[in-house]
Write a protein that binds this ligand. Structure first.
Ligand SMILES: Nc1nc2c(ncn2[C@@H]2O[C@H](COP(=O)(O)OP(=O)(O)OP(=O)(O)O)[C@@H](O)[C@H]2O)c(=O)[nH]1
Length: 426
């Protein structure tokens, strides 16, 4: 408790009596008379003015210590306090004559009154906020830099909390939703996108909150134009303004996924007929044989070859030969069950994999295919007919693909040898 002695008659004397205490306050404290001359300064103020002693400052005026512009502004503030009785709270930037240093203050000035209520001067407290201002400016700069990065990066960046409310979205997200980025803050996911998509995104979000670990994954959803959109998303748990939140970075990889699927298709399909190629057919056949081994059911393999194909090429030209291959492929597809797999395994050689099919059923199918090709019209430009030969083999105990190939090939050879346009079965 600070007691001001009853014998002290003016506020300035009161200040002086508390000298040691006011010197210890980490702010500049001063008082001025009606002409703006210092009547009291504490030690920090003294240091700021660059003066040697209190006595050297008393009776002098601010213009003796700061540059002209700062002095004019301070005088103007002082006049408002002294003549209009205003209380002022303002930020001041002052340049000090002694050092030329520029410092920022938060200054509070109030009028001082005598016993009759007449203004006799002012007292003020100036807190040096130069460092705080510098830090604030630095933070603001960093924030702007961060925003510039987040808004120009080619990714959707967002922050979302556990109640599925967005806490931040970058410009790219806002543009997608057709609203301003600030508008999105506080909105729940279902307010800005269809429920189905919101639930899709929430699947990975939930894992982030449940595990407290970053989660990475592909997110696929139906876009506004009805096409599938694929995002590659990285979502990281953070605490934002004291609330568990995730920050997510999602990149549209739809084009990459389409290319990936295209490449995969190219890798497994024959370009001319669209049927599976030999390598992929072998993979599927190996799997089917493993299944048939486990369950003990038969699998049939039909090898078929277009008769005198070389002659077709030679007579009608290579493009016409290609058309025949395409038409035969279509006929095969049309004749097969859903679970059967046709493939082009060589130039004019095709294979059919028939799961759960014994020799009798495979022969029926092979015969149907043979007839379909033989009876098909318009395969050749001159209206001539195309025929095929087929060899059928069925797994027997061993279930080895090479053995099955060899057996079916042997039957195909037999069909060719015995006049073509026929089916031979083991
Ligand atoms: N148009 C076309 N011809 C192809 C293609 N791949 C292979 N061939 C041709 O297919 C013909 C196959 O002929 P061969 O193996 O002698 O058999 P073939 O003439 O069908 O006689 P058989 O099988 O004994 O009835 C060759 O002339 C190859 O050049 C292709 O993609 N397009």
């Amino acid at each position: 408790m600070i007691e001001i002695s009853a014998s002290l008659t003016t506020p300035v004397e009161a200040f002086r009596s508390m000298g040691a205490l006011l010197d210890a306050v980490g702010a500049c404290i001063f008082s001025k008379d009606l002409l703006g001359r210092y009547t009291y300064v504490n030690r920090p103020m003294l240091a700021l003015l660059g003066a040697q002693s209190v006595e050297a400052v008393l009776g002098r005026e601010v213009g003796d210590y700061v540059d002209q512009q700062s002095a004019d502004r301070i005088r103007e503030h002082d006049l408002r306090v002294l003549h209009l009785g205003e209380e002022i709270e303002e930020e001041e930037t002052n340049v000090f004559g002694a050092t030329g240093e520029q410092r920022v203050f938060w200054t509070v000035k109030k009028p001082m009154h005598d016993a009759h209520g007449e203004v006799i001067g002012l007292c003020g407290v100036s807190t040096d906020i130069t460092e705080r201002k510098a830090i604030e400016a630095q933070l603001q700069e960093q924030r702007q830099l961060l925003l510039a990065v987040l808004n120009h990066i080619d990714a959707f960046v967002y922050m979302k909390d556990e109640s599925r409310r967005y806490r931040f979205v970058n410009d790219k997200v806002a543009r997608e939703w057709g609203i301003a980025a600030e508008e999105a803050v506080g909105k729940r996911d279902v307010e800005v996108m269809p429920l189905e998509r919101a639930d899709k995104f929430w699947e990975l979000d939930q894992q982030v909150f449940a595990m407290g670990q970053p989660q990475i994954g592909e997110e696929s959803f139906v876009g506004p134009d009805g096409r599938l959109v694929h995002h590659w998303s990285v979502k990281v748990p953070i605490t934002y303004e004291g609330v568990p939140t995730l920050i997510g970075f999602s990149t549209d990889i739809s084009e990459v996924v389409r290319l990936r699927e295209q490449l995969r298709e190219q890798a497994i399909r024959d370009a001319l007929t669209g049927l599976f190629n030999r390598r992929h057919f072998n993979e599927l056949a190996e799997k089917e044989l493993a299944r048939s081994r486990r369950h003990g059911h038969p699998t049939a393999l039909v090898m078929l070859d277009i008769d005198h194909f070389k002659r077709i090429n030679d007579t009608h030209g290579h493009p016409a030969g290609d058309t025949v291959l395409q038409r035969v492929a279509e006929l095969l597809r049309a004749q097969m069950r859903l679970e059967d797999t046709p493939a082009r395994v060589g130039g004019e050689e095709f294979a059919l994999l028939l799961p759960r099919t014994d020799a009798a059923a495979a022969s029926v199918l092979a015969e149907r295919v043979r007839c379909a090709v033989r009876e098909a019209e318009g395969l050749l430009p001159d209206g001539g007919r195309v025929t095929i030969s087929l060899g059928v083999a069925v797994t027997q105990g061993e279930h080895k693909l090479e053995a099955l190939y060899a057996a079916a090939d042997a039957q195909l050879y037999r069909a060719k040898q015995s006049g073509r346009d026929r089916v031979c079965v083991v």
